[in-house]
Design a protein around this ligand. Structure first.
Ligand code: FRU
Length: 573
């Protein structure tokens, strides 16, 4: 008994050593109604755990080491209560005098009120940061960030059996800020490991979206097989910068002569590079206002402007962002055509963000769209498919895309806190022809078959529902709380729709409760419906329709009611 007690005491002391609140040596200096200097004692621990309150005013926090600014972040320090913690890694500044120089934005009316803010007593020191999930809406088989805000997928590449995904990450909160490239890896496109942050903001700006290539022939001189990244430095202006990695994408070194491409167009961003075997050069496509600019290069550093595409073509009711350009096979023919991806926000078919594309020809210098200028083609007819781009160097000539599964209309309001947003399932892209037009085929990647578990008779929180349809039909998924989603296939009109107006939590944004409708180009025979804790992706098994929608049911849907000639099989995922 006695030994148990002393063991417990030792454990307690050990815990206190790894996780402790503000040290005695911390010195807080309140200098005005919105300015605080906070001197740190960093002798013991790796992380400073910052207490965050999501709806608090934003503070700018500069980390000073021996009087020099070594980092600056924007963070919502808790004023009344702590929603969650974020880790500030101070280990790299060990051995220096450290101080936080904090300016709180907004109108802090009561003189001295910041002294009462919750954060000062709640700052903690710790050697670890706990990322154990405590969100019921977190996906089981989709990529989500361990913690913090996420938007666009960035710089995706495949090398030596590993898929690399970078993403727009806020490491200091679950709302958009401090854009940094987070990094996750996977062997199968389904199970992802968070590898930490790969590219952090610098004096040129925060790190907006971009791409990577595997430089197999060392054209840039950073090393054979180096991973070369180009991203937008979002500072006073948007410019394009390079970074390279010689350890397979784990760490990056920024190119010293950044930025490498500049412009006076304000929305000038999201560079996507690829090797073009037809002209034996690198190509680059990037968003420039309402157009996509195309460049060529031999060495990834010096880029020559070739042409712009987009004036008068497709949808222009929002900002053109996150482009991609690739050569694809046209199914069932021996033709190949080029497809230009143009994500646009707002202006999507159901409001907010969406992915449009153009099919045509590209000679390495100029893209020519084969459809009439007023034709708009959408890659996905849900509300939550954005910033879709493909992996570089995917095996077997595949073009595998991932999207950000969210919509700028309400991404900051979705009901999670530990993290915000996930990615879509992986999809292989190709082209198909229907009534004189060529469309993008979106096929669930084959890796999803390996993830299929046993057949089950009931729906569950993470499953694949396969529907075999003969003619017009409707299927309703519901739970014990009466929350439901309704799918409707109209064979005559050749449309498929999903109604999520009563799907669960919908009131966090007026833009959320909607019905989305897609054209299906012929007859639907089999649908593969991927259900995860907070998303439903409906894909035609033949790849002629895709619809991605978030849902937030209080409990998982567990009932199916069908009308018409429908048979179904459910697989565990
Ligand atoms: C698209 C986007 C990009 C930009 C990034 C910033 O969602 O606006 O154009 O690079 O997000 O996070």
């Amino acid at each position: 008994m006695k030994t148990m007690k002393s063991l417990r005491f030792i454990l307690f002391i050990l815990c206190m050593a790894v996780l402790s609140t503000a040290h005695a040596e911390d010195k807080i200096m309140f200098l005005s109604g919105n300015h605080v200097l906070y001197r740190l004692d960093t002798k013991l621990n790796r992380y400073l755990l910052l207490p965050i309150e999501e709806r608090a005013e934003l503070s700018n926090m500069k980390v000073l080491a021996d009087n020099n600014q070594v980092k600056t972040i924007n963070v919502r320090l808790a004023s009344e209560h702590v929603d969650y913690y974020v880790p500030l890694d101070v280990s790299k500044f060990a051995g220096h005098e450290l101080m936080l120089d904090i300016h709180i934005n907004g109108n802090i009316r009561n003189e001295g009120a910041i002294k009462e803010w919750a954060c000062w007593k709640q700052i903690k020191y710790s050697d670890t940061f706990d990322m154990t999930n405590h969100e019921k809406f977190r996906s089981e088989y989709h990529h989500t960030p361990g913690y913090g805000w996420m938007n666009d997928p960035n710089g995706m590449f495949y090398k030596d059996g590993t898929w690399h995904l970078y993403f727009q990450h806020n490491p200091y909160g679950s709302l958009w800020e401090n854009m940094t490239w987070g990094h996750s890896t996977s062997k199968d496109l389904i199970h992802w490991n968070y590898e930490g942050d790969a590219i952090e903001p610098d004096a040129l700006g925060t790190i907006f979206s971009g791409s990577t290539v595997v430089d197999k022939n060392n054209t840039a001189g950073f090393g054979k097989g180096a991973i070369v990244a180009m991203y937008t430095s979002a500072g006073e202006s948007q410019t394009q910068s390079l970074a390279f990695s010689t350890d397979n994408g784990k760490t990056f070194i920024k190119y010293a002569a950044n930025p490498i491409i500049t412009s006076n167009v304000p929305d000038f961003r999201d560079p996507h590079m690829f090797w073009n075997e037809d002209i034996k050069k690198w190509n680059l496509i990037l968003a420039a206002g309402q157009e996509m600019d195309i460049y060529t290069s031999d060495n990834l550093k010096d880029w020559k402007f070739e042409s712009s595409f987009g004036h008068g073509y497709g949808n222009h009711s929002g900002v053109w962002e996150c482009p991609d350009l690739m050569k694809l096979k046209v199914r069932g023919t021996n033709k190949e055509k080029w497809m230009l991806i143009c994500n646009i926000n707002p202006g999507g078919p159901f409001g907010g963000s969406a992915t449009q594309y153009f099919v045509g020809n590209f000679d390495g210098h100029k893209f020519t769209c084969e459809s009439a200028p007023d034709v708009t083609k959408w890659m996905d007819y849900g509300k939550d498919h954005y910033a879709a781009v493909t992996f570089d160097n995917a095996p077997d000539g595949r073009h595998v895309a991932l999207a950000w599964m969210n919509n700028w209309q309400y991404a900051a309001q979705t009901p999670t806190m530990q993290y915000r947003s996930g990615n879509s399932i992986p999809r292989d892209l190709d082209l198909f022809e229907y009534e004189g037009q060529t469309y993008c085929g979106v096929i669930p990647s084959k890796e999803l078959f390996d993830q299929r578990g046993k057949k089950q008779s009931k729906l569950s929180n993470a499953c694949e529902l396969v529907l075999n349809l003969k003619g017009s039909s409707s299927v309703t998924l519901s739970n014990d709380n009466g929350e439901k989603v309704v799918f409707n296939y109209d064979e005559g009109k050749q449309t498929f729709s999903m109604d999520r107006t009563k799907s669960g939590k919908v009131d966090f944004s007026e833009a959320f409760p909607v019905t989305t409708t897609a054209p299906v180009y012929g007859k639907l025979k089999q649908l593969r419906i991927f259900i995860d804790n907070s998303s439903i992706e409906v894909l035609d098994a033949e790849g002629k329709m895709a619809m991605t929608n978030l849902v937030f049911p209080i409990t998982p849907y567990n009932k199916i009611v069908k009308k018409g000639k429908v048979k179904y099989i459910i697989y565990k995922m």
